[in-house]
Design a protein around this ligand. Structure first.
Ligand code: FES
Ligand code: MG
Length: 585
């Protein structure tokens, strides 16, 4: 069994510290009490923490409870000792008021565990939307050897011979319900058909996005992100991940060696090619800040906008997670981008080799699902970054704007990139649900829907509510989508053309707080601007009025953490992290 002769493991400060025999004995006796032997703890074996995100409260990640067995076998065979511990559970769709509130909480708690216990390296068990960034943020902050193991997507969902994708089917089912085509039981059955097995969302939502980007960042084994949760290959991947983390500890290969600016730029390019979620800029900013890497929201436009869409997964396309895996997964996508010179090939990965080396020669196995670079699904599939007289930054995926849709909002026949419309403003998701079908709002097919009070302070954590459906009367007329703008987020499983993550949000004095129903907005995609069509004097008059009334009102905090988070969180444009916490790297 190889040992680590030339470098002391950090766990020796607990288990083998001759300068403090009292404490060493105390530490040892309590780890020995569950049956681990003295020899195992004092023989220079790397102690590997398995950061367990699976539980009954986290169904998306629950399969990690099974995978942990294979992880342990890999760790043990490579000469390590495995200690498994729970991570604060986060389940995207089940947590009220929003799972985003818990990303920073899980991060904080995991940092304390990784720092404060005898752990030489860690396996991050990632999956459901916020579990991935929370784990990577913590690994970045503590900077001990770390490798991520994805739980993998669910199997494909099916209904009447058609693929039903998680999240995405909900938008369709809602429309069918509001048109009276299905009843409540039919609604639940249709939605449940999209979740046929253990695993995370099988669409290109935030989970598949963040697990793919983790691989693109170099933080998980090559080819691992796309393996469906129930496949035997997933078990094998767990075993190899366990073996590899032990070697990484011996090599002292740390997150700071892997998550460099180049690897973040690789992740941005891959995000465009996979049709990734608009939540990705928030999470990658957060991870980068904890890693001490410069990454600006404008890097998404500079390095991502011109990258074409290659992966044909719902919601942008047709297929689902199993198809993505069989078509070649992340390595096939990276290899296509490498051919176009869009990847920093020498970015190091958990294997100890570079991304270029890992992915060179990876082939597309099904070109209906992953398209070659020369024949993409869409050109320019990345985000553009917008600003204007109401806010400093927002992101938008322009590739989802249809021609028919463009025509409805064109303000000037000579400028195909400029749009105008009258706004209808909602204050938070409850207000929207209560009023969206009210004919008195006068919503027609040229209206812009605005959602405010949904940012990290207003709706603590930031709600995934900006993608609003059109009123039922318009759906019946065949108007499926209206453009939406907001200071909250949008589910990665929705394909709506929305302007999202508006920073600063209304609750901290952002200009959205000054808008009124009936105002007009001009969106110029060519210039990257969104402006309320009113002069500065009017904006200032409204601001004075708002301030005199005590500022933008939002609901009281219901828990201690909501109140604490509100006091510390930054805005979505800079990652929504607890400001000041990035100083501890
Ligand atoms: Fe957990 Fe989608 S809700 S992965
Ligand atoms: Mg989500």
């Amino acid at each position: 069994m190889p040992s680590t002769p030339d470098r002391k493991l950090r766990s020796t400060a607990w288990f083998d510290n001759p300068a403090n025999v009292d404490m060493t004995a105390l530490y040892l006796e309590r780890y020995l009490n569950f049956g681990i032997s003295l020899e195992e703890l004092r023989s220079g074996r790397p102690v590997i923490g398995i950061a367990q995100t699976g539980s009954d409260l986290s169904p998306c990640n629950r399969h990690h409870l099974v995978l942990a067995e294979r992880l342990r076998e890999g760790i043990r065979e490579a000469g390590g000792v495995a200690l498994e511990f729970p991570v604060h559970p986060i389940q995207e769709t089940g947590k009220r008021p929003t799972a985003a509130l818990d990303r920073n909480l899980a991060f904080l708690a995991l940092v304390e565990v990784l720092y404060g216990y005898p752990i030489d390296g860690t396996v991050l068990t990632i999956g459901c939307d916020k579990t991935t960034p929370a784990c990577l943020m913590a690994a970045a902050a503590v900077n001990i050897p770390a490798i991520a193991l994805s739980v993998g997507p669910m199997l494909n969902g099916w209904h009447k011979g058609e693929r039903t994708g998680s999240g995405t089917i909900v938008w369709k089912a809602r429309e069918m319900l509001s048109r009276g085509e299905i009843d409540e039981t039919g609604f639940i059955k249709l939605v449940a058909s999209s979740a046929p097995s253990t695993g995370y969302c099988n669409t290109m939502g935030t989970a598949t996005t963040m697990n793919s980007l983790t691989e693109a960042l170099g933080m998980s084994l090559p080819g691992s992100a796309a393996i469906p949760a129930p496949y035997r290959d997933r078990q094998e991947c767990a075993y190899h991940t366990g073996r590899r983390i032990v070697e990484m500890v011996r090599e002292d290969l740390k997150p700071s060696d892997i998550m460099t600016r180049e690897s973040f730029l690789n992740a941005i390019a891959v995000n465009s090619a996979i049709g990734g979620s608009t939540n990705a800029p928030i999470h990658l900013s957060a991870i980068a800040r904890h890693m001490g890497v410069e990454l600006d929201i404008r890097d998404w436009q500079t390095h991502g906008h011109k990258v074409p869409l290659l992966v044909n997964l719902q919601p942008a396309g047709e297929y689902l997670g199993e198809d993505y895996y069989h078509a070649g997964g992340v390595p096939a996508v990276v290899a296509q981008l490498m051919g176009a010179g869009l990847i920093h090939e020498d970015a190091l990965t958990v294997t100890g080799t570079c991304l270029g080396e890992n992915c060179r020669g990876a082939t597309i196995e099904d070109d209906k699902v992953i398209r070659p670079f020369e024949d993409p699904l869409k050109p320019d599939a990345g985000f553009i970054v917008l600003s204007g007289n109401l806010f400093d930054s927002a992101v938008m995926k322009t590739s989802v704007i249809s021609e028919a849709f463009r025509a409805r909002y064109l303000s000037d026949p000579d400028d195909p990139e400029a749009f105008e419309g009258r706004v209808v403003v909602f204050d938070g998701p409850e207000d929207y649900h209560a009023r969206i079908d009210d004919p008195a709002l006068g919503i027609d097919e040229r209206t812009l829907l605005v959602m405010r009070g949904a940012g990290p302070v207003g709706y603590p954590g930031g709600a995934e509510v900006v993608n609003m459906r059109a009123p039922a009367y318009l759906l019946r007329e065949g108007v499926r989508e209206l453009p939406c703008l907001g200071d909250g987020r949008q589910s990665g499983t929705s394909g709506s053309p929305s302007i999202l993550n508006i920073s600063p949000e209304a609750a901290v004095g952002g200009g959205l707080a000054l808008l009124k129903t009936g105002d007009r907005l001009r969106i110029d995609l060519g210039k990257g601007t969104v402006d309320a069509l009113m002069d500065d004097a009017e904006l200032e008059r409204r601001r004075a009025e708002l301030e005199a009334a005590g500022g933008y009102a939002y609901p009281e905090a219901q828990t201690p953490w909501q109140a604490i988070q509100r006091g510390l969180t930054g805005q979505l444009g800079t990652g929504g992290i607890l400001e000041g916490s990035e100083a501890f790297q």
